[in-house]
Design a protein around this ligand. Structure first.
Ligand SMILES: *[C@@H]1O[C@H](CO)[C@@H](O)[C@H](O)[C@H]1NC(C)=O
Length: 283
């Protein structure tokens, strides 16, 4: 773990130093947004993105309605289940509320992230048994979907597949939302309700930036942190777009929300062991 973190820190320093150079090159980027699927190997360049959104999911909410279990489903790990926010993805976004997707023909290759798999299984699990579409009309791993759809669009900053995943893990370790909320008393519970404004304030106070929050019913489902391209925190809503209270009204959450405790999902139709063969809980 220590070496992963060390490596991560080096990477971020390297990224920060390199951003200046990259920005110069990107000013002349192609501003045409082109369709990707069916693009037939055409020009896949997209307008350069404005900022990053680190999207985190709350397992207690996402796993509540788990119907199917399989080794790759993070909801099905019994006592090894995640009890903190996990990573959904690192998304390059535009300030106008839209985002680029599927920005290059680079295919996901799980071998490139081999050394990160333990960490990814633990902190970036899929919460489903279904495979997800990639940018080439195929179905595959959740990680492949995130990399091809989003990761390829931030290559001016995150370079390649390996560095996209490493950078995302690094951000996730550095900005520990679960810890910030816990310190303010916002802990997993199936009985408590918390003021959504309190949750947002806790994050604002810790990271000096306003997050985005999404609910399913009154349960927090996703929390998103936003970053400039040098990975300094920024508000998720762009100042120029924001009207008073916009941040709250745009959120899909009621004024009082819950952080459901994770309830272990087990296979409903069979007693098959559900631990993943690739999951080694060594981290
Ligand atoms: C976040 O902080 C908690 C302590 O509150 C710790 O148990 C957990 O491992 C941290 N998560 C990460 C990803 O570092």
């Amino acid at each position: 773990m220590a070496s992963l973190l060390n490596r991560s820190i080096q990477l971020v320093l390297f990224s920060v130093l390199s951003i200046g150079l990259f920005c110069i090159g990107e000013i002349n980027a192609d501003w045409n947004v082109e369709a990707v699927l069916g693009g037939g190997g055409g020009d896949l360049k997209k307008r350069e993105f404005d900022y990053f959104k680190l999207s985190l999911q709350w397992p207690g909410t996402v796993c509540r309605h788990t119907k199917h279990c399989c080794s790759s489903n993070g909801c099905c790990r019994g006592s090894n289940a995640p009890v903190e926010f996990t990573i959904h993805g690192l998304w390059p976004d535009y300030n106008d509320g839209t985002w680029p997707s599927c920005c290059s023909g680079h295919r996901f290759n799980v071998k490139e992230i081999w050394t990160l798999l333990d960490a990814l299984n633990k902190y970036w699990p899929s919460f489903s048994c279904s495979s997800v579409s990639d940018c080439h009309g195929r179905k595959g791993l959740f990680w492949g979907h995130e990399w091809e759809k989003h990761g390829t669009c931030s290559s001016s900053v995150t370079y390649d597949e390996y560095n996209y995943f490493l950078t995302t893990l690094n951000l996730y370790f550095k900005y520990n939302v679960t810890e910030v909320l816990r310190e303010e008393g916002y802990v997993a519970s199936n009985t408590e309700k918390y003021p959504v404004g309190g949750i947002i304030s806790a994050i604002q106070n810790a990271f000096h930036a306003t997050p985005e929050i999404q609910c399913k019913g009154d349960a927090v489902e996703e929390l998103r942190l936003c970053f400039y391209k040098d990975f300094e925190p920024r508000d998720c809503a762009d100042d120029s777009n924001r009207q008073s209270d916009m941040v709250y009204s745009k959120a899909s959450c009621p004024r009082h929300v819950s952080l459901p405790a994770y309830v272990s999902s087990r296979l409903e139709n069979s007693g098959t062991e559900v631990s993943s063969p690739t999951l080694k809980s060594s981290i």
